[in-house]
Design a binder for this molecule. Structure first.
Ligand code: SF4
Ligand code: SF4
Ligand code: SF4
Length: 190
C-alpha cells in the first residue's frame, strides 16, 4: 500500500480517513494493539456521554484492549471487539462515535496476527507491552559502556566496563529505561 494515492476515497476504502491531512509514520517497534488502545483512551475520554453506544462501547473496547495488552486476553476477545466496534460505529449519534472504532477495525484488518500473538502466545511482537516481554542484552553488540547500569532503577543490570552486560530478568520491571539510553541498540525485547 506504500504507493497508494492519497485522496478521500482511497483512504476511506483502505480503512483510514483524511482527517486534518496529517500522516504519521510508524515502524515495527510500534505495537498495533497498544496503538489501538491509545486511540480508544482518547475517544472514550472525549465522548460526551449523550448516547449509550459511544459512551459505553468505547469504554468496553478500551477495557478489552487493555486486557489484551496486559496479557489477560482470552479466545473470543477479537470477535467481541469487532462486534462492539461495528455496533458503536453504526449506532452512535455523531461523528466522534461513528469514527472512534476505526483505528481498532483497521488495526484488526491489517495486523490481526499481532493481536493473536498477544492473546494466544502472550507475546508482544513489537516488544512494547510490558507484561509480555523479556529484555535481554546482545553480547555481540554491547560495548560495555555501563550507561544502562546507571539508569536501571532496580539494579538489574550487571557487567564490567568494556565487557558485555547482563539483565537479571527476575529483577527487571521492564521499564525500558536501559533500552532508551543504550548507544549501541544492544538491548532488545523478546
Ligand atoms: S457519539 Fe457523539 S453524541 Fe454520542 S456520546 Fe459520543 S460524542 Fe456524544
Ligand atoms: S528495563 Fe528497566 S528495570 Fe529492566 S533492566 Fe532495563 S532499566 Fe532495569
Ligand atoms: S548501555 Fe548498551 S552498550 Fe552500554 S553497557 Fe548497557 S547494553 Fe551495553
Amino acid at each position: 500500500m506504500f504507493d497508494m494515492p492519497v485522496d478521500y476515497e482511497r483512504l476511506a476504502a483502505a480503512g483510514s480517513m483524511m482527517g486534518s491531512g496529517g500522516m504519521i509514520v510508524l515502524d515495527e517497534r510500534t505495537c498495533m494493539v497498544d496503538l489501538a488502545r491509545f486511540f480508544l483512551v482518547f475517544t472514550s475520554e472525549e465522548s460526551c456521554g449523550k448516547c449509550a453506544p459511544c459512551r459505553e462501547g468505547t469504554k468496553q473496547m478500551l477495557r478489552l484492549l487493555t486486557q489484551i495488552c496486559d496479557g489477560r486476553g482470552k479466545p473470543g476477545d477479537l470477535e467481541l471487539l469487532e462486534h462492539l466496534a461495528k455496533s458503536v460505529k453504526s449506532a452512535s449519534l455523531c461523528g466522534l462515535g461513528g469514527s472512534a472504532p476505526n483505528p481498532v477495525l483497521t488495526a484488526l484488518r491489517y495486523f490481526r496476527p499481532e493481536f493473536e500473538a498477544h492473546i494466544q502466545h502472550k507475546r508482544c511482537p513489537a516488544g512494547v507491552c510490558r507484561n509480555l516481554i523479556t529484555l535481554q542484552v546482545d553480547a555481540k553488540t554491547c560495548v560495555g559502556c555501563t550507561r544502562c547500569t546507571e539508569v536501571c532503577p532496580v539494579h538489574a543490570i550487571t557487567g564490567e566496563r568494556k565487557s558485555p552486560h547482563q539483565i537479571n530478568v527476575n529483577l527487571c520491571t521492564r521499564c525500558g529505561a536501559c533500552r532508551q539510553i543504550c548507544p549501541s541498540d544492544a538491548i532488545s525485547a523478546q
